[in-house]
Design a protein around this ligand. Structure first.
Ligand code: ZN
Ligand code: ZN
Length: 245
């Protein structure tokens, strides 16, 4: 009996082409893991500080903080502001080990970066460096979300990444719970370069999930620039708005 010819084949094709949106659970029309509606409605970062990507009311400005204390990094590239639903997507990726979510966000960040390389003259770095996680955190969580993002970005953009160049020898208190001043003090001496690190003349991009005050990125960029790096950029998924705005 051949009453259902090609049945298996059809199911196979269907499962290969129909994807479910990871945000709203509806079927997507393409092979993407996010539907067009959800992608459009993500909190895309609009006008922002040219240096630290802080949301600002106008394009082409540098925020007061960056003018007063220019950070050691060149610029921050972030596609989104840290608000709904990006905040909850990142949190589910980070705290509930939802890899497909992280992978989807990394893929969208890679597309955003590729677009910037192609159209705005952003120079691709020589190497991507994930922000190292404190050892205690790594033990608790079991993985470093920044390393996973760097790994996915690396394969999407064909840019190498190095997870051993930056070290975090001292334990630091979770940064989220601290005010800006304490964060800065806390970070002094928190990072180090690997003894065999090749830094001289190289262009790096630090990779992290969220940029909050930029204190961690500044500390790492200063370490790299002091060791002779040519340029340090920061790539992250989301930038927090100024508290209260
Ligand atoms: Zn959707
Ligand atoms: Zn700024």
């Amino acid at each position: 009996m051949h009453c259902q010819p090609g049945y298996k084949h059809k199911v196979y094709i269907w499962s290969k082409t129909v994807q479910t949106c990871l945000v709203c659970d509806e079927a997507t029309e393409s092979a993407e893991c996010i539907c067009n509606v959800c992608e459009t409605e993500l909190p895309w970062l609009m006008e922002h500080c040219d240096v630290c990507a802080l949301p600002l009311p106008m394009e082409g400005l540098i925020c007061g903080q960056c003018q007063k204390h220019p950070p050691a990094f060149n610029q921050v590239i972030a596609p989104w502001t840290y608000s709904f639903p990006i905040d909850s997507l990142i949190s589910r990726f980070k705290h509930q080990a939802r890899w497909p979510l992280g992978q989807m966000l990394a893929q969208l960040l890679a597309q955003h970066l590729q677009h910037r390389f192609d159209t705005t003259g952003l120079t691709p770095p020589d190497c991507l460096l994930p922000v190292p996680l404190a050892r205690k955190r790594l033990r608790e969580r079991g993985y470093n979300q920044a390393l996973m993002l760097a790994h996915w970005l690396s394969s999407n953009l064909s840019i190498p990444h190095d997870e051993h160049l930056l070290l975090r020898p001292h334990e630091t208190v979770a940064q989220q719970a601290l005010d800006a001043k304490t964060r800065k003090r806390n970070l002094l001496g928190a990072f180090a370069l690997a003894p065999d690190a090749q830094v001289q003349g190289r262009h790096f991009a630090l990779v992290d999930d969220v940029l909050t005050t930029g204190a961690t990125a500044h500390s790492l960029a200063r370490l790299l620039m002091n060791a002779g790096a040519r340029q340090v950029d920061v790539y992250c998924l989301a930038r927090t708005p100024k508290p209260g705005s």
